[in-house]
Design a protein around this ligand. Structure first.
Ligand code: GLC
Length: 718
């Protein structure tokens, strides 16, 4: 008999349901319902875990209540939303995705885990893996963008970083892949709304990152709030029990989202707490976050033989196994030690935060103004110019609002020889025009103007869908007044999503997408503006010209009447190009890269072989710069229509001016599989196009053809 078997034998039904109930402490509020003090419930064995708590003292104090004052002394675990850093706030995930650097994604998760563990936290509700193509949806900010391959690489890196190889090591924390699944495709871009998507999109776009997370050993998964085709994810037995558990073999813990079990009643699929409890348990929800439907509904469901005790025991077993894996039974106070804020390691962490922030910045346009060349007087204006708290973006965890370096502060320290002055001009949202003249005055006497506009941090993230992608408030009027001065203007966009600001990009001398960069925001901007670093960020989402193009993404399936077809009868708008303003993967640098000599080592390859790709990249610019080289494929003819392009790899190359490099890429033929008509993976022989280049714009890619054959193929094997 294992420790868990013995415990299960001892536990009353109430204590079992207690382990399935997660309450909240008040260190953060992340939902519409507040839980109140859980101490008495913990003492009575009615709660098995808490969210929104951190700090060695408070976590140890409440842990002692569970260990010493409850009947069985089962330790609690503590969860928190550590989405992009715990105390050290890194760029928001959408920004970090723009680095296209899995090593950085892993390192920031690793550092967040170290800081969180020091604060007594055992589990994070991250990584968020929701692919989305709809920038109206505020939670685009929290995820890795529009592409399933990118999201899958991100998933593996984050799980590795948070969890390491042994959850019991007390400077790692459990990860939670969320929000399962297709949460990023809500009707109207409105958070929590239905995702009416095809099974094909489900299998090709939304499920793959979760499959990778499970394959990476993620400890927990959080189903999303919404329904898919009328079945709320919290009660979605086909996807939770059949696909996740049976098909993928996921043996970790399913934690509901905040109050989501109770919301099954609001969804209209449960008439009362008993029905809601049965639906969630049947679907395999192990832990109910915040609501107490299990506590109120499961006993009656059991009495009426509507469920079996073995279903409850299965969930409790998984929960106890997670606590055991975290080392909680042997070292319940193992996490929660001294904060290393003054250590050399913490200094390294701040340097990492700056490096990631610098690499997250995407240069959208530049007429040569950047990098600046020794300006005498710089006016830093706009509502985001000297904002500190906003730089953290959504989900700032335990980040100290005093920590972020503002854009103005960063520019001031990066340009010590210049006279750098600041004025907000207008607010982010309100219509106050009283400060505009003062701001324009400092612009008139400046050599260059840095115009910092965009969104407030909480205009993206949860419950922050926007029906417009324009600049809020009177920022556009202010920007136009600044542009009308005729001075060189660097536009700096702070946002959790692409913004429809073509009018600004067309008229500014340079435009930078800086997202929300976290604690080192200002220093990162200073690195780019001064040329201390060449911009290397690349767009993880397509950047629309207009809201009318949304949802917009590069991996579209072909139409029978492609936009390129001459004449009226083609897939296009009559009032706008169908292409995005900037495609997925787009970003300028201070170099100028040219691709040539794409060669395929083996034009015919067997289904167990590798496609060997070589491409020459040259930097014809006059500054050292880093290029992200993307590898796309097109399956020319298949049993189901395939996207015009699919990302299958990316890598970086840094070259000095005049430098040239040969990049060798190896693509296993197995990577050409796709969900067949029955959604099982299938690899179909035939012609494929390999496309390599700087972004998902076919005109910028070099391409070559390769044939996958079932016939015996000469040449190198696997
Ligand atoms: C929120 C979010 C989820 C978060 C959870 C706990 O509603 O949807 O991402 O992890 O509640 O804060």
């Amino acid at each position: 008999m294992t420790r868990i078997d013995l415990l299960l034998e001892e536990m009353t039904l109430q204590e079992k349901i207690g382990q399935m109930t997660m309450s909240a402490a008040g260190f953060a509020v992340t939902g519409p319902v507040l839980a109140g003090d859980a101490t008495e419930d913990i003492r009575a064995g009615l709660v098995g875990s808490l969210l929104n708590i951190y700090g060695a003292e408070p976590t140890h104090r409440i842990q002692r209540v569970a260990l010493e004052q409850s009947r069985l002394g089962i330790p609690l675990f503590f969860g928190f939303d550590i989405i992009h850093g715990h105390r050290t706030i890194f760029p928001i995930p959408l920004a970090e995705a723009a680095t296209f650097q899995p090593d950085l994604w892993e390192r920031t998760a690793r550092e967040a885990a170290i800081e969180a563990a020091q604060d007594g936290v055992h589990l994070t509700f991250a990584p968020m893996l929701d692919v989305t193509r709809d920038p109206r949806w505020g939670r685009m900010a929290e995820g890795p963008g529009e592409d399933p391959f990118l999201a899958s690489v991100y998933a593996a890196a984050k799980v590795r970083g948070f969890q390491g190889s042994d959850l019991a090591t007390t400077d790692h924390i459990a990860a939670t892949a969320k929000h399962f699944v297709a949460y990023g495709a809500p009707t109207g871009g409105i958070d929590y709304m239905s995702a009416d998507i095809s099974d094909r999109s489900l299998h090709e776009v939304y499920l793959p990152p979760f499959e990778t997370a499970v394959g990476s050993g993620v400890a927990a998964i959080m189903p999303a709030f919404h329904d898919i085709a009328g079945i709320p994810m919290t009660a979605n037995e086909p996807l939770l029990k059949n696909w996740l558990r049976r098909h993928l073999g996921f043996s970790g813990v399913l934690i509901s989202d905040y109050n989501a079990v109770a919301e099954l009643i609001e969804h209209g699929v449960a008439g009362d707490v008993v029905e809601a409890a049965i639906l969630a348990l049947r679907a395999g929800i192990d832990i109910e976050m915040i609501s107490t439907i299990y506590r109120r509904g499961l006993p009656e469901a059991l009495d009426r033989a509507l469920i079996g005790l073995e279903e409850i025991d299965a969930s409790v077993r998984r929960i106890l196994r997670l606590k055991e894996a975290l080392g909680l039974f042997d070292a319940p106070f193992g996490r929660g030690g001294a904060i290393d804020a003054e250590s050399e390691h913490a200094a390294d962490r701040r340097r990492l935060a700056r490096d990631v922030a610098t690499r997250s910045i995407v240069l959208l346009s530049n007429n040569g103004l950047l990098p600046l060349s020794d300006p005498r007087r710089v006016a830093v204006v706009g509502p985001l110019a000297n904002e500190r708290v906003e730089m953290r973006g959504s989900w700032p965890a335990a980040g100290d609002p005093r920590d972020p370096v503002t854009l103005f502060e960063g520019l001031s320290s990066a340009l010590p020889q210049a006279d750098v002055v600041h004025a907000a001009g207008v607010s982010i949202e309100d219509g106050d025009w009283s400060r505009v003249d003062g701001a324009l005055d400092i612009c008139r006497s400046a050599d260059v103007i840095v115009l910092c506009v965009g969104e407030a941090a909480l205009m993206s993230g949860e419950a922050a869908s926007r029906a417009s992608l324009d600049l809020p408030g009177r920022q556009k009027e202010f920007a136009e007044a600044v542009l009308a001065l005729g001075k060189p203007v660097v536009a700096v966009l702070s946002s959790g999503r692409p913004l429809t600001v073509s009018w600004l990009i067309d008229r500014a001398h340079a435009t930078l997408a800086t997202w929300f960069l976290g604690n080192e925001a200002g220093n990162a901007l200073g690195d780019i503006v001064t040329g201390r670093a060449s911009p290397s960020g690349r767009l993880p989402v397509s950047w629309p010209r207009s809201l009318g193009q949304v949802p917009i993404y590069y991996a579209q399936r072909p139409s029978g009447r492609p936009a390129t077809q001459p004449g009226r009868y083609a897939s296009k708008y009559i009032d706008l190009p169908t292409t995005p303003l900037f495609p997925f993967g787009y970003g300028l640098s201070y170099g100028r890269f040219v691709y040539s000599d794409l060669t395929i080592g083996n034009a015919r390859v067997g289904r167990n072989g590798n496609i060997e790709i070589m491409v020459s990249v040259a930097n014809e610019g006059d500054a050292t710069a880093e290029e992200t080289v993307f590898l796309f494929i097109r399956d020319v003819v298949a049993s189901v229509a395939r996207p015009r392009m699919e990302l299958k790899g990316f890598s970086k190359i840094e070259l000095p001016p005049g430098g040239r490099g040969i990049l060798a890429l190896v693509l296993p033929v197995s990577a050409l599989q796709f969900p067949g008509r029955d959604f099982n993976p299938v690899l179909e022989p035939g012609a494929f196009e390999v496309l390599v280049g700087p972004c998902a714009d076919r005109q910028k890619l070099v391409s070559a053809n390769v044939t996958v054959s079932d016939d015996p193929v000469q040449g190198r094997g696997p």
